[in-house]
Ligand binder design. Structure first.
Ligand SMILES: Cc1cc2nc3c(=O)[nH]c(=O)nc-3n(C[C@H](O)[C@H](O)[C@H](O)COP(=O)(O)OP(=O)(O)OC[C@H]3O[C@@H](n4cnc5c(N)ncnc54)[C@H](O)[C@@H]3O)c2cc1C
Length: 381
């Protein structure tokens, strides 16, 4: 099956050119000095990447999801920190706005998000509600013309830098677990909104992962996103798309590690010949290449199905689960192939290893993906 049109191929070349020249040369410094990729974000806005699969009438580029997946793959190959910043902005903020917001909300919020004038984020996770997102404790109570929101969020990518955030809060506390949760569009200027500290992380160190505090935050009545009580449904459907995006982020990082390992194995000499001529190393390279190919197929198949308007809950969970575990394997083997140099920050493979690990955790851990897949296979019994 050929997943790509000529337009997709041209897009890939354009993104690769940008990523190789603008992102890759700075990736190590961003990681080392915790530099947020704001400059790259603005450039990606000008190139139309930020609203890639948002229709043109809302300021987007009007491409399909496969196009955004191609963009994510090439950006991830060059810089993980930039990739997660892009993923959170486009896939977790702009995309659910496009899917679930009212027409008025879309017209107000999407154009500046697509152009990069404003940055977006998505706040779902709380200290006590990660995998168990239905355990949301943040509350929203309607008082006159405002929703009064109280609570806090954890691990929000772009959180402290974002201008516009989609968040969830319990609007009906009488409802159990995942029921009675609604989505809200908030702006950083809203009274009572306070971004907290950014996490010091193992990888993706150029990106921001922030706490958010809502202290009697006043949110205009019209900023309830879509229909009251449908917040859980919103983020479940958002994650169907988002998991393909995290899968391709894992793939891109792993492809970078693979390319580095192949090049190194050709030039590193031990026992009088390049290590690429040792069968054990060849076995590693064969396994890495095979697993990458399988991950690529799962990702682009899930993306193709979503572009056809099909529900992809199982396919996106499979793509993310498989690709993120492949990335763990491939980046580990890439370090092994580099020997001691792989463990040193002089070579990029140790960064790839640290960066990819998030893909087994964010937007649902591997354990959660297995639950989603098993539920799909087994159904109710
Ligand atoms: C860098 C980074 C960026 C992030 N960005 C965002 C963001 O932008 N927005 C956002 O809302 N969140 C974000 N997150 C949060 C992320 O989605 C959560 O961390 C993730 O869903 C796991 O939740 P948790 O950390 O509470 O772990 P827990 O849910 O406490 O899980 C701990 C362990 O228990 C396992 N576990 C839990 N329940 C089960 C079960 N039923 N069966 C088997 N095993 C189980 C988990 O798989 C895991 O291994 C981010 C996290 C990180 C680290």
């Amino acid at each position: 099956m050929d997943y790509f049109t000529e337009e997709h191929q041209i897009l890939r070349e354009t993104v690769r050119d940008f990523a190789e020249n603008e992102l890759k040369p700075r990736a190590a410094e961003l990681d080392e000095k915790h530099i947020f990729p704001l400059e790259a974000f603005k450039q990606m806005g000008e190139l139309g990447f930020l609203g890639a699969h948002i229709p043109e009438e809302y300021g987007g580029a009007g491409m399909d999801l496969t196009s955004f997946i191609i963009i994510m793959e090439e950006v991830s190959k060059a810089c993980g920190s930039t990739a997660i910043t892009l993923a959170a902005h486009t896939s977790l903020c702009a995309y659910p706005l496009y899917r679930f917001a009212t027409e008025e909300q879309k017209r107000k919020y999407l154009p500046p998000l697509c152009s990069g004038e404003k940055m977006g984020a998505f706040g779902l996770t709380e200290a006590g509600a990660g995998s168990d997102a239905g355990a949301t404790k943040t509350t929203a109570v309607l008082e006159g013309d405002y929703w009064i929101i109280n609570g806090d969020k954890m691990f929000c990518t772009n959180g402290s830098a974002a201008d516009v955030l989609v968040i969830t809060a319990k609007t009906d506390p009488t409802q159990p677990s995942s029921y009675g949760i609604s989505s809200f569009i908030i702006e950083k200027e809203f009274a009572g909104f306070k971004p907290g500290k950014d996490e010091d992380k193992m990888g993706l160190r150029g990106s921001k992962t922030s706490q958010l505090f809502f202290d009697n935050m006043q949110v205009p009545k019209e900023n309830l996103m879509g229909i009251e009580g449908e917040g859980f449904k919103h983020f479940m459907e958002t994650l169907d798309e988002g998991r393909i995006v995290i899968g391709v982020m894992a793939l891109g990082i792993a492809e970078a590690a693979f390319d580095a390992a192949v090049a190194y194995s050709r030039q590193r000499v031990a026992f009088g010949k390049p290590i690429a001529r040792q069968q054990t190393i060849q076995g590693y390279i064969a396994d890495m290449a095979t697993q990458l190919e399988a991950a690529r197929l799962l990702i682009y198949e899930a993306s193709r199905k979503l572009d056809q308007g099909k529900r992809v809950t199982k396919e996106s969970a499979m793509a993310k689960l498989f690709a993120s575990e492949v990335a763990n394997f491939v980046t580990d083997k890439a370090i092994q192939i580099h020997g001691g140099y792989g463990y040193s920050a002089e070579y990029p493979v140790e960064r790839y290893y640290r960066d990819q690990k998030l893909c087994e955790i964010g937007e649902g851990t591997s354990e959660v993906q297995r639950i989603v897949i098993a539920r799909s296979v087994l159904g109710k019994f």
